[in-house]
Design a protein around this ligand. Sequence first.
Ligand code: DAH
Length: 342
Amino acid sequence: MSDIRERLEMIRRQAVRQMEEVHTAESLNEIRVAVLGKKGELKDLMKGLKDVSAEDRPRIGQMVNETRNIIESRLEEVKTRLEREKMARDLENEKIDVTLPARKAVIGHRHPNQIALEEVERIFVGMGYEVVEGPEVEYDEYNFTKLNIPANHPAKDEQDTFYINKDIVLRTQTSPVQARVMETGKMPIRMIAPGRVFRSDEVDATHSPSFHQIEGLVVDKNITLADLKGTLQEFAREIFGPDTRTKFRPHHFPFTEPSAEMDVSCFKCGGKGCRFCKGEGWIEILGCGMVHPHVFEMCGIDPNEYTGFAFGVGLERIALLKYEIDDMRLLYENDIRFLKQF
Ligand code: DAH
């Protein structure tokens, strides 16, 4: 009897000690199998009890059960401890330090062309103009004929046109949008038409086969050259600063009569002459004029009833001047180190 009691005691103590050192559910289960399993130590001990007398048997059975109960409840306790430890580990792993600085998001930059365009649009929309668009692939008729540039007119050569076929071109100017808007016959007209234009030019610091223009057109009764001057003066002051002076030089465009080019006083030197304005004190920024009566007729508008003015601005020219960039290629290369500055 005491021999068995001792063995049970040993089994229990050994199991409890082993359980104290356990760190995983797997090794805990190994202990359970080794002690309580079918081939475990307790079963083993029972097998050796065949010869025990019938009167001792209940006592021994009770002792074995007690040991088993103790070990089982201990196993339960350790299992709970292991689960708690695992949960703590998981929580630790999921921990987020909300005080860490956020990762910096890389955001894009507006292109100088886009900034200049939005500025021009803001100014004209503020004066009641509508922003309209026309096709980049255009009929020869709209790009030239309806703008008073007939076949064999030298302006056709000057503009180095890309032809799709004999009737269709990549527009060389945004002026065809004028003809398209006038043809709708809805009066009065106050519109600007920004967009891409194409000319078969070689790339250099001031040329590109594809660039952008902003066309402007106003048609109503009693529109005069004074309206043209006042409007474009106001535009120049808004875009280049309130001290900007303007100068209109006579020029020739087939679709306007009279025609002019507008210069602005150099906003760098104020007109004294500097490297920026090449010593001139003035910088040319746009072409303009009063809509030619023949253009009105070709677009179905009576030139005795209506008059109007038009202008065309190079968008790149505005962007280059505004940001003092001296090579147009920078606007097309889209080098992020360049664009980052805007
Ligand atoms: N289309 C002309 C060009 O590309 C610019 C221009 C000049 C537009 C005078 C106009 C204008 O509307 O009236 O050079």
